[in-house]
Design a protein around this ligand. Sequence first.
Ligand SMILES: [Zn+2]
Length: 414
Amino acid sequence: MTADLRISGTRLWDTLCETAQFGAIPGTERGMCRLTLSDEDIAVRRWFVAACEAIGMTVTCDKVGTIYARRAGSDPALPPIAIGSHLDTQPTGGRFDGILGVLAGLEVVRTFHDAGITTRHPIEVIDWTNEEGARFAPAMVSSGVFAGVFSLDYALGQTDRDGVTLGEALARSGFVGEEDPGAHALAAHFELHIEQGPVLENEGVEIGVVSGVQGIRWYDVVVKGQTCHAGTTPMALRRDALHAAARLAVMIDDIGRSDPGASLSTIGQFQAYPGSRNTAPGEVRFTVDLRHPEVAGLDRMESTLGAAIATLERDLGVAIALSPVWSSPPVSFDPGVLDAIAGATQRLGFTHRTMLSGAGHDSVYTARVAPTGMIFIPCENGISHNVAENITPEQATRGANVLLQAVLDYDRIS
Ligand SMILES: [Zn+2]
């Protein structure tokens, strides 16, 4: 019976289009600016609460403004199976990143409601506050508080560029709840998301079963040599910080290519000082971003980087300081949740592959406190965090049907 249950692709698509009015960027086809707790975010939150209450769900918030919309299950002793993601966007974002995950959750519950199906577990659709990190850093802050990674005070004290704290914006929004984040347990956390990369589209695969999220380590590098005159200093006598930094940049690129399909390295910012045309730079500052799905891989990349630095210091007479800035360990999602997702995908007859997520998501943090898994669908040209972000109604429908069937399966077996 429930194996035949399908969401309404038309209703899901209409909902995505209807709610895109809250923060649509004028003059763009699909661009969105719905910063956390802005008027646009508050408007879509109100819309979401009303839509959930209209089908009998109970809506509560926690102290960091995360919205939990719950549909009762048949066994009141069981914790809810959560379907979560985020309704906030980047300043020039799209209408699917995060939004699809929340609205597909609503669509799943609407489908249960229409079919008169009661699950054993309650079903909770979650809108996590400030996933994007665009208005308030860091990203994924409310799921981080939920998982105990950040304190509530830390989250509420983060300021936007006008000096408004998240706590102040939250108080103004009316979405402050009574509950401490993380005070209620989740039986599982499912997140449907666009891939935000090109792999599924390139391979012509319909569904990604996301087994985990790669680890990230960030560093600052400062190379110190000696500033000197471009015309009077023989090459042999120079300690050119930019020359050393450029050699190191090539070595860092090699580190990213050392384990194809797994290792990634990026230098995103690079500045030379004093920045004069006829002066060899005495100092260069740049950033390094290393990624790998395994801690051992990250460790190996970091030690290769250290060895490269030691070699250049010795050969070029410069001093190179490497400072860790931030790190996020690799995450492996729950085998039981992944089985439910892979099983649903197979039964529905969709082509699929197992993959890692290259980007961070709320599921990274929920995975610390609840069995968690993610479903990816392709997006056009792999583009996201961009007004050109796009998917087709068919892709959204496939993803939401996998979500629905995976949740039903998990409800049965766990
Ligand atoms: Zn997202």
